[in-house]
Design a protein around this ligand. Structure first.
Ligand code: FMN
Ligand code: 7N5
Length: 351
């Protein structure tokens, strides 16, 4: 029997191996999961109009993001709780990211501490730290110091989570907390008694928080979960270094537009790098995001599927598969590099 041939086949393998409550936590979205489905289906609605007879050698996939040189414009989105998928958890993910020569964004809700993730990835792995700003600014600052000391090269502030989205799959399973023995390790030592402090989502999150963060760190700040071009303009005015157009993989506000439908307006509004995540499952999806002006994409669930199916090897295979698909798609589109993808490559499919 052959191994998995696509990212979607990794999901099927992962589903077979995971307890249903963990699978549903990873797979699920908010409410009716309209946005969860839309993220993927919007890519299918965009079609390619390739050029031919362009005689290109192997396309150049390398790119750079905030000074990090990486093998392809595909990075690892921050996702929580990797040890629910595999005992090695984020350590395995970091090793696979390093092997693939790409960039990893570690979740603040990782089940391995960020300094251990950094060690596993090695000095060459560009590691960014995702942050939920906490109500106590001292706690936020302690997290920032921890990320800086671990060698993280940027802070990715998630701004789409002023409250936690309602995921009905989790309610059905009663999945509200990590199982016995697993903890959000970055929060260890931050509770009054030296214990593990729970992560908060704060309703009053605003631009002042971004400004305050700007004043306590020299690291570049990336805002993740921004969809509206007017917010993109404000972000640039507040000294933000890059944006991630994201709807949290359809897990926060349901019926938000698909990210691939939002990215072009954000790109047009600002001069800073723009990444997009949500529903990227094929090399052709990456081509479409780049044709719309994105500087790169991030993948969330496919990494978890690789991890649950085969640990570090599985994550490395997922990244390799997407890289090979991107290479083939570019060749077939007549593009010589990831920086040479014209907008007129795209057409909307008739309904
Ligand atoms: C299981 C899971 C956990 C996630 N945890 C976080 C998180 O801790 N912080 C964050 O900013 N985004 C989190 N996200 C959102 C991802 O960073 C990303 O936006 C999303 O997964 C992209 O969509 P995709 O899964 O379709 O690739 C999570 C997503 C999933 C599926
Ligand atoms: C406090 C954990 C947050 C994880 C998360 O962002 C998600 O499940 O989407």
């Amino acid at each position: 029997m052959s191994g998995p041939l696509s990212l979607r086949e990794f999901e099927a393998l992962a589903r077979d191996r995971l307890p249903l409550s963990a699978y549903d936590y990873f797979a699920g979205g908010a409410d009716d999961e309209v946005t969860l489905r839309a993220n993927e289906s919007a890519f299918a609605r965009l079609r390619l109009l390739p050029r031919v007879l362009r005689g290109n050698a192997a396309p150049d996939l390398r790119t750079s993001l905030l000074g990090a040189d990486i093998a392809m414009p595909v990075v690892i989105a921050p996702t929580a709780f990797h040890r629910l998928a595999d005992p090695e958890g984020e350590l395995a993910t970091a090793r696979a990211a390093a092997e693939a020569d790409t960039l990893m964004i570690a979740s603040m809700a990782s089940t391995v501490a960020v300094e251990d993730i950094a060690k596993a990835g090695g000095a060459d792995l560009p590691l960014w730290f995702q942050l939920y700003i906490q109500s106590d600014s001292k706690v936020t600052e302690a997290l920032v110091r921890r990320a800086e000391d671990a060698g993280c090269r940027a802070l990715v502030v998630t701004v789409d989570s002023t409250v936690f989205g309602r995921r009905e799959r989790d309610h059905r399973h009663g999945f509200h907390d990590l199982p016995e023995g697993l903890y959000c390790e970055n929060m260890r030592g931050l509770a009054g008694d030296g214990g593990v402090r729970p992560i908060e989502m704060i309703r009053d999150l605003d631009w002042e928080h971004v400004q305050r963060l700007r004043s306590v760190t020299g690291l570049p700040i990336v805002l993740k979960g921004l969809m509206h071009p007017a917010d993109a303009v404000l972000a640039a005015a507040h000294g933000v270094s890059a944006l991630m157009v994201s709807n949290h993989g359809g897990r926060q506000l349901d019926t938000v537009v698909a990210t691939i439908d939002a990215v072009a307006d954000v790109v047009a509004a600002v001069d800073i790098p723009v990444l997009v995540d949500g529903g990227v499952r094929r090399g052709t999806d990456v081509v479409k995001a780049l044709a719309l002006g994105a500087d790169g994409v991030a993948i969330g669930r496919p990494v978890l599927w690789g991890l649950a199916a085969r640990g570090q090897t599985g994550v490395a295979q997922v990244l390799r598969m997407l890289r090979d698909e991107l290479d083939r798609a570019l060749a077939l589109c007549g593009c010589s590099s990831v920086h040479d993808i014209p907008r007129d490559l795209l057409r909307e499919a008739p309904c």
